[in-house]
Design a protein around this ligand. Sequence first.
Ligand SMILES: Cc1cc2nc3c(=O)[nH]c(=O)nc-3n(C[C@H](O)[C@H](O)[C@H](O)COP(=O)(O)OP(=O)(O)OC[C@H]3O[C@@H](n4cnc5c(N)ncnc54)[C@H](O)[C@@H]3O)c2cc1C
Length: 562
Amino acid sequence: MKRDCRATRMNTSHYPIAIVGAGPTGLTLANLLGIYGVPCVVIERNAATVHEPRAVSIDDESLRTMQAADLAAEVMAETVTGYGSHYYSARGRCFAKVQPTEQPYGFPRRNAFRQPILERQLHAALARFPHVTALFEHELISFTQGGERVTLQLADGKEITCDYLIACDGASSTVRRQLGIGMSGSTFRQRWLILDLENSSVSSPHTKVFSNPQRPCIALPGPNLTRRYEFMLHDHERDEDLLAPAMVQHLLDTHEAAPESRLVRKVVYTFHARLADRWSEGRIFLAGDAAHLTPPFAGQGMNSGLRDALNIAWKLAMVTRGTLGPGLLASYEPERRDHVWSMIEFALNIGRVLAPPNALAAKAIECGFLALSAFPKARDYIMQMKFKPPPRFAEGFIVPDGESARDTLVGRLFPQPRVRGDEGRDVLLDDLLGPGFAVVVNSPRADAVLPLLQGEPWRSLDARVVALPPSAAADPHLAHYPDHVFLLRPDRYAAACFKTDELQKGAEMVRTLVASTRTRADHSAAALAVLPIAALTRGMTSSAISCIERLASVGSTQSMPA
Ligand SMILES: Cc1cc2nc3c(=O)[nH]c(=O)nc-3n(C[C@H](O)[C@H](O)[C@H](O)COP(=O)(O)OP(=O)(O)OC[C@H]3O[C@@H](n4cnc5c(N)ncnc54)[C@H](O)[C@@H]3O)c2cc1C
């Protein structure tokens, strides 16, 4: 890709992409754009990345995103992997354990990390890319949007123009406010006291959840002897009541804090559960906390922001490169919105378990979990965290294949098994696939199929064609597709799949999907819904057709999920 950061006139520079906000969302997006070779600028008002520890839990999907940014090893070095959550009643009985051991996406599912360290790593990693510019101590004041570009005014008088502006500017997003986009959602609002400790040794590496209605509390061990405590405030309590030194000491003493611990921060946060009413306007897109607010009980706020970054990064790359049309960007919100909301609900449900309203509810929860644990399948469901909403969507840049929501791999993050690499070493699948599109053949007769996948549309997508080794087919989702070809997007979600004896039909479906991104040059959410249905569905099953018709019926205004 050619560089395109040019001075347009005195004190004005042009970039294809401008990102406002160097939090985890903006920095991850900038790194992914760096990998894809897209010139961009990151504008951050602070002088440096954050010092305060906020997020402490990073999931397997985010670690896979770090792998896409070629930073997995570095991030893993500062992460405690594979820790669980143990739930205790007010009387100290452990009634539930969530301790996943499976790694469907190639990484442990629950991991402890420190947000300031991750942000520093992401910021430093931008130096790898001559086409990525980071402007710290630069504040966005206002912007205007025309048909061709967005013009940004910075506090120091600088003017920047860009083709697309991505607002990763956090919960109080300047961009969202100036666009007049509201936040709505649940009435949930809770205050929690956050205490961060250093030099705090623990007897178990797992998170302890004290589901005590009198004082709900979570205690999370982190890397390098750090420990986070979160205590709920009741409505009648004032912030200063809990922040008082004697109260803080009492809370730590009664919740197993090591006596030699050093308190490094105490602060009261108010948690919300909200979604922005719209995630885009023309050439401007919201991502991360600017688009959604998640209570931290499931440790998902930042992880959702990283999913946004992964989803939009490759689309921006394909559109600026001209491989796909600008209509592709209309799939961003429909693909992300419902999943974010299910993560918010997931967090609220965990909140209900960890903060029961009274002793009776607490007892019912405790007895319910203990009863469930008598059933191996239920125990496995809880232990392996199978209640976490899976990474998938039902509409967007995909061709649904008519399989049930449970079985389909289309619109779902593709499993990441370990496979034998070129040099005979075992590697994670994505390392074989590279950063772009991939065509993956899951078939015992892959050798005969691979040569047939060298032409169009695979060539224009610059897709790497790979055969899955037989060992990978053991994955339960892949086992459902024994003789199939998958088109994987650069974010490793499956866009389409078809049988190996229907290669022509599969190629036609994908050609039509690609063409649909060029049908509209505007960025309304309806753009992808205006698919040439007849062409797309030719030769497909009736259930697949009905899926596509439902996709086409989606309007440009998305309603809040129930
Ligand atoms: C106590 C607590 C615990 C949490 N625990 C977890 C957890 O365990 N796991 C998890 O996934 N999430 C967790 N979260 C949530 C997580 O911290 C946030 O979701 C995450 O920081 C959001 O990242 P972001 O990049 O979208 O926004 P932010 O981190 O808010 O970054 C926005 C950036 O934009 C900059 N900015 C704003 N306006 C402008 C402007 N006009 N010009 C230039 N720059 C601007 C800001 O200075 C800031 O650097 C927790 C949050 C809290 C408060």
